[in-house]
Design a protein around this ligand. Structure first.
Ligand code: GRF
Length: 201
């Protein structure tokens, strides 16, 4: 059984997609040990509680430095023997100490086809605003390993989504979620649990 932790900051639709995929058997051999948030008001925490999954939330502002915050976070993962950390809309940049400690064991979902529209400042609706501004006709989502950089780790899988005439950042975000993110993130977790994608390297 692959023991995973899902890290969230907001609405948690990607978390919901993982919970549903475990429920329907699309993801096998996997248990969400707990859901972690840096935002105690995240609706994602309610989704976790509704599914009977334990939650932990620690606020960055209660710590002096990113190092001490990440250290407190790390101990939460260590004590539960977490094997894979899944960032699903987690809006805190992990310190190099953290990413080194879980090297090859942290994955993230990003709402564009990396290397387009990624890196510093490209999160949430900003990603889709930038895609529309550029006038791209195809965008999508990427699941990738997390290293010390922002959206720089090795790509695991991607799925393309067409931009449509009259799209707003909101409509495009929704289509990218429905047609890409909610599909490829559960698929990647299932492949990791099945040993088809190797982690920890
Ligand atoms: C998603 O678009 C995800 O790709 C991005 O943040 C958003 C989170 O949405 N990193 P949700 O909290 O899973 O609904």
């Amino acid at each position: 059984m692959l023991k995973i932790a899902v890290l969230v900051s907001g609405g948690g639709t990607n978390l919901q997609a993982i919970i549903d995929a475990i429920g329907s058997g699309k993801i096998t051999n996997t248990k969400i040990e707990f859901v972690f948030s840096n935002n105690k008001n995240a609706y994602a925490l309610t989704r976790a509680m509704n599914a009977g999954i334990p939650t932990v939330s620690l606020s960055r502002k209660d710590y002096d430095s990113v190092e001490s915050y990440d250290k407190a976070m790390l101990s939460e993962f260590k004590k539960r023997d977490i094997e894979l950390i899944v960032l699903a809309g987690f809006l805190h940049n992990l310190s190099p100490e953290f990413t080194e400690e879980y090297k090859g064991r942290i994955i993230n979902i990003h709402p564009s086809l990396i290397p387009s529209f990624c890196g510093k400042g490209f999160y949430g609706l900003h990603v889709h605003e930038a895609a529309l501004e550029k006038g791209v006709k195809v965008t999508g989502a990427t699941v990738h390993f997390v290293d010390a950089g922002i959206d720089t780790g090795r790509i695991i899988t991607q799925k393309a989504v067409y931009v449509e005439e009259g799209d707003t950042p909101e409509t495009l975000q929704r289509r990218v979620m429905e047609n890409a993110e909610w599909i490829i993130l559960p698929e990647a977790i299932n492949k990791i649990a099945a040993g088809e994608i190797r982690i920890g390297e």
